[in-house]
Design a protein around this ligand. Structure first.
Ligand code: ZN
Ligand code: ZN
Length: 169
């Protein structure tokens, strides 16, 4: 069996980070109002549980999560926005776009301005600053789409398919 050790380490690290964030949110009432912090706690618990299932999947030799669709599907029906990326100093990076989840206070996916992905980058950039949701018509369908709430036309920004294993874990 071929284990993806690198991804297992990465997933363990992410899970730990969310656990620490959860402890912080539970104990600090300064930064968040009560409802907001309750919602965030729920989202974080969901995420931590997801990582637990994902780690089991990886430990059985499962494939790693795919950029894009698998991440969008994790934030189904959350409040997403499209923002410019930031570098480590917090300066705006116009060559990187973030899909940001307001519900989870977390980055969903980042999209770099690369030749191979220029169409994807431009499609997303057309909706910079707009409010977006990710949506699947039903569980039996692999396609997940990013839908813009602010545009009348071109509401569907991008669609992509989740990994075969995604709904099974
Ligand atoms: Zn979310
Ligand atoms: Zn839009």
């Amino acid at each position: 069996m071929n284990l993806d050790i690198e991804e297992i380490k990465h997933a363990e690290k992410s899970q730990k980070m969310y656990q620490e964030f959860l402890i912080y949110v539970e104990h600090e009432n300064v930064e968040f109002d009560r409802n907001e912090s309750k919602n965030l706690e729920l989202q974080l618990k969901e995420k931590i549980n997801w990582f637990e299932r994902y780690l089991k999947h990886l430990e059985k030799g499962g494939k790693r999560i795919k950029a894009g669709a698998d991440y969008w599907a994790q934030h189904e029906n959350h409040y997403l926005t499209i923002e410019y990326g930031e570098d480590e100093q917090g300066d705006i990076e116009q060559d990187i776009l973030f899909i940001w989840c307001e519900t989870c206070s977390d980055i969903v996916s980042s999209h770099a301005h690369e030749k191979s992905k220029i169409n994807e980058f431009n499609e997303i950039k057309n909706h910079l600053g707009h409010s977006v949701i990710s949506s699947r018509e039903n569980r039996n369908q692999k396609a997940v789409c990013l839908i813009c709430n602010d545009c009348e036309n071109t509401r569907t920004i991008l669609c992509s398919e989740v990994s075969d294993w995604f709904d099974e874990i």
